[in-house]
Design a protein around this ligand. Structure first.
Ligand SMILES: *Cc1c(COP(=O)(O)O)cnc(C)c1O
Length: 382
């Protein structure tokens, strides 16, 4: 520990968790676990107490996203990664078009490419640090991209591809690190899906989707057709969107959920709505992100990775450092002082910090973080 840097205690953020998912869980969410220690934890998800919890999450999200008439909130086990497979099995009819500009947006495209009953997807590739939306594609029946590319800190617009509605195509948006942190008009989507361990500050393992009537109808039709002779598609029961929805309507999940995840998520959705809903949470994230971008722009050794200010994420902030300063040494020194999970996405391989500024993170802690980074960098150089 020859180069150990000790940050003065009074400079440290109150909470040192800046991960991009899993992310900071507020103490009140953990207290909610304690409050449900004997009434919710270790009890049946088919009985009223846990079903009320699921019901509260569904109602809370309807209100948070101001869902249009006919849209429904569905949930199930497996996280956003599982929803990609659900979408391949139940939502893409023949061929999908993808915007791919980072690790997460590319993974869904890779799944669709592997599904033997789907045609090779059309992939519109963008460079890391930028976004690229799919373009109108002749036979596409689904258009897919990520609202926020977590691996690079890029936020993309969410609006239907012009002409796609006339084609009868649906729009599937990965909102995993955006939902709860970035503004969205879900009427521009048919499935807006996410996991709870990012802006909702809960644990992983669950997927949640805001589904349009068109998506619900598409899944019902695709799943009904798979029983016809000559149709080769197999929809594993675990991936059936229709049965996930039927269970969700009863405030249940197909199979056993992690009740702790539900408790913490319910607490967060209520907290967001009580504070003013999407307007409040997105303004808070925007403030935290802009504190970081402004600091980086003024810094002599740091700069925002995403060059287009309009594409800079307000939930996952990526900051490049000068080559003379090792990001991994900075990340390590921060960790030794209790400031954790600030490293860049491994596969992106840049000399970079990546900082999650979801609604649970206090903007004052973001200011403290920038001062701690300056403190560490100054000492590492000498
Ligand atoms: C984290 C993340 C995922 C994967 O979520 P899991 O819950 O781990 O399956 C997918 N897409 C995006 C954009 C993410 O940030």
């Amino acid at each position: 520990m020859a180069n150990a840097v000790k940050i003065p205690t009074d400079m440290l953020p109150e909470d040192g968790r800046f991960g991009s998912g899993p992310s900071k869980i507020r103490p009140e969410q953990v207290a909610a676990l304690d409050a449900g220690a004997t009434t919710l934890l270790g009890t049946s998800h088919r009985q009223t107490p846990v079903r009320q919890l699921v019901g509260s999450i569904r109602e809370g999200l309807e209100s948070f996203f101001k869902v249009p008439d006919g849209y429904e909130i569905a949930l199930g086990n497996g996280g956003a990664s599982c929803f990609w497979e659900i979408a391949c099995a139940c939502l893409i009819t023949r061929q999908a078009a993808f915007g791919a500009y980072g690790s997460f947006s590319s993974k869904f495209a890779a799944s669709a490419s592997k599904a033997p009953f789907l045609e090779e997807p059309v992939v519109f590739k963008g460079e890391p640090g930028t976004y690229r939306l799919p373009e109108l594609t002749e036979y596409a029946d689904a258009y897919c991209w990520a609202h926020n590319e977590t691996s690079t800190g890029v936020a993309a617009p969410v609006r239907r591809v012009e002409g796609s509605a006339e084609q009868g195509a649906i729009t599937l948006i990965d909102g995993t690190s955006a939902a709860g942190a970035l503004p969205v008009d879900v009427s521009q989507t048919d499935a807006y899906y996410f996991s709870p361990q990012k802006a909702f500050g809960s644990d992983g393992g669950l997927w949640v989707a805001v589904l349009s009537p068109a998506a619900i109808e598409r899944a019902a039709r695709v799943e009904a057709n798979v029983n016809l002779p000559g149709v080769s598609r197999w929809v594993p029961p675990f991936l059936s969107l229709t049965s996930a929805l039927e269970n969700s309507r009863k405030d249940q999940t197909l199979n056993t959920p992690a009740v702790a995840t539900l408790i913490m998520m319910e607490n967060q959705v209520r907290w967001l709505n009580d504070n003013g809903g999407m307007e409040w949470s997105t303004a808070r994230c925007s403030k935290s992100a802009s504190l970081l971008y402004t600091w980086a722009e003024r810094s002599e050794y740091a700069r925002p990775f995403v060059t287009d200010p309009a594409a800079r994420s307000h939930s996952v902030v990526t900051i490049d450092l000068d080559d003379a300063i090792s990001a991994s040494a900075v990340v390590q020194a921060l960790r030794e002082n209790g400031i954790v999970d600030t490293s860049g996405y491994r596969k992106l391989g840049r000399n970079q910090l990546r900082i999650g500024v979801f609604p649970s993170v206090e903007p004052s802690d973001v200011v403290a973080l920038t001062q701690c980074i300056d403190y560490v960098v100054e000492r590492l150089q000498h």
